[in-house]
Design a protein around this ligand. Structure first.
Ligand SMILES: Nc1nc2c(ncn2[C@@H]2O[C@H](COP(=O)(O)OP(=O)(O)OP(=O)(O)O)[C@@H](O)[C@H]2O)c(=O)[nH]1
Ligand SMILES: [Mg+2]
Length: 205
């Protein structure tokens, strides 16, 4: 599958601003600095279509990217880059806006066909666990992407992935993808998982 085009469409703070175009959407959820924007760039073979920063709290709005792939079954589609949770240093006023903004999007968007939850291979936090529980409660089966696997030697990756599954209470059958936005490891696997989620969402009506 090829990425034929990828364009930033808009930044949104509330539902009235969401794109009107009714396309399948994929949302990227996870704590600040976990690598959501980087994973979007990697999936799209782009360097900086989504803005990345070493400082947590970079993404502060819902950012929509319109993507055209060679797979006509579910393309065009939108990727939605979300602000991160759990960033204690962001101004309180900002944090208080982000929670409801993300929640509104995730609870109200009918065309949301896949939710990707990213966690850091170096450690799952309590907030990650409660977020996964909440997403599951909302009826999603998030694809769990374990980011920054390049930070571990190959020998340490599998045990680390198993540890992540255990902490999140997932069995091995579920979609858990080890990912590196630096080396693009996991990219094909993640696209396949997204495509599978689209199919089951589409089948379920
Ligand atoms: N080594 C390595 N670094 C990564 C990877 N993914 C992201 N990073 C780095 O982690 C930092 C944060 O990445 P972002 O993509 O901005 O993280 P984010 O989740 O979008 O953060 P917020 O927008 O603040 O919520 C940046 O310095 C990235 O270069 C990865 O797979 N490997
Ligand atoms: Mg970001």
């Amino acid at each position: 599958m090829k990425i034929l085009s990828a364009d930033f469409v808009k930044s949104c703070l509330k539902p009235a601003h969401y794109p009107r175009e009714h396309l399948p959407e994929v949302a990227f959820v996870g704590r600040s600095n976990v690598g959501k924007s980087s994973a979007i760039n990697s999936l799209l073979h782009r360097k900086a279509i989504a803005k990345v920063s070493t400082t947590p709290g970079k993404t502060q709005t819902l950012n929509f990217f319109r993507i055209l792939t060679s797979d006509k079954t579910w393309s065009p589609l939108f990727f939605v880059d979300l602000p991160g949770y759990g960033y204690a240093k962001a101004a309180r006023s900002v944090r208080e806006q982000w929670g409801p903004m993300i929640e509104r999007y995730l609870t109200q968007r009918a065309q949301l066909c896949a939710v990707v939850q990213l966690v850091d291979v170096r450690g799952v936090e309590a907030h990650d666990v409660t977020t996964l529980e909440w997403l599951t409660h909302l009826g999603y089966r998030p694809i769990v992407v374990v980011t920054k696997i390049d930070k571990l030697s190959r020998g340490r990756r599998r045990p680390a992935l198993l540890q992540v599954c255990q902490t999140l209470g997932l069995d091995n059958q579920e979609a858990v993808v080890g990912y590196s936005s630096k080396t693009n490891e996991g990219r094909q696997e993640l696209w396949s998982a997204l495509r599978a989620r689209y199919e089951s969402w589409n089948d379920s009506g």
